[in-house]
Design a protein around this ligand. Sequence first.
Ligand code: 6PG
Length: 248
Amino acid sequence: MTMSPDSSTIVFKDIGSMSQEAAELFAQNAEIALKERGRVLVALSGGRTPEQLFQLLSKPPYALSIPWEQTHFFWCDERLVPPNHPESNFGQAFRFLFSKVKIPGGNLHRIRGEIDPDQAVEAYREILKSFSDGQQKWPRFDLAFLGLGADGHTASLFPGTINSEEKASPVLAVTADYQERPAWRVTLTPLVFNSARNVIFMVSGKDKAYAVNMTRNGPPEPVRWPAQRIKPVEGKITWLLDDNAASH
Ligand code: 6PG
């Protein structure tokens, strides 16, 4: 493991050690949040990258030490398919993690991929509002885990356009083509990520190296590289990369 001069970037030899660090960060920040605010608010992403993190959290020591009863889970984005569909982000987290730990079902605040997108947005907006700390109409997440696509997308914020509602709304319905994954999606917007206490990007694989480099070191092109729009105002951003993703 090597630390780059930017202390919020850590490069690992493989996705296994990267996932281990993500699990540690999860546990540490959950402990802080529980002590300071009595609950833990977490937003998860889909994609292949977080699967090992979910598996680690589902087993001891984390399965026993995470305060599941006080931890509430949300999703950074969802593909609009039913929750038991193989491409559902909620379904993935449920299979790898939630079916294996003692968490109350009421702590899982999924985006309803099985209903009309506008209704799913409205329903999620209401849930987000009910977890607001009074400052804004959405929760201030203790942890938001994000991935990065080879094309530079993060959550379901895709390159090419910025939805005009992105600056006003915490949640949006969008469509996008990426690796034959479901095109209709609902996503949180940078408003939400930028008010989080911790944003943790997890990126693995050579196919991501160019996007990682352009997002981090390229000129400001927030339309082309959507993850450049993620800049927590009073929070910390941590990039966990494997060697391949950091290779540019
Ligand atoms: C989704 C995601 C998405 C994901 C990236 C990276 O629903 O697809 O939340 O933003 O994080 O596409 O996916 P991989 O981890 O599979 O590369």
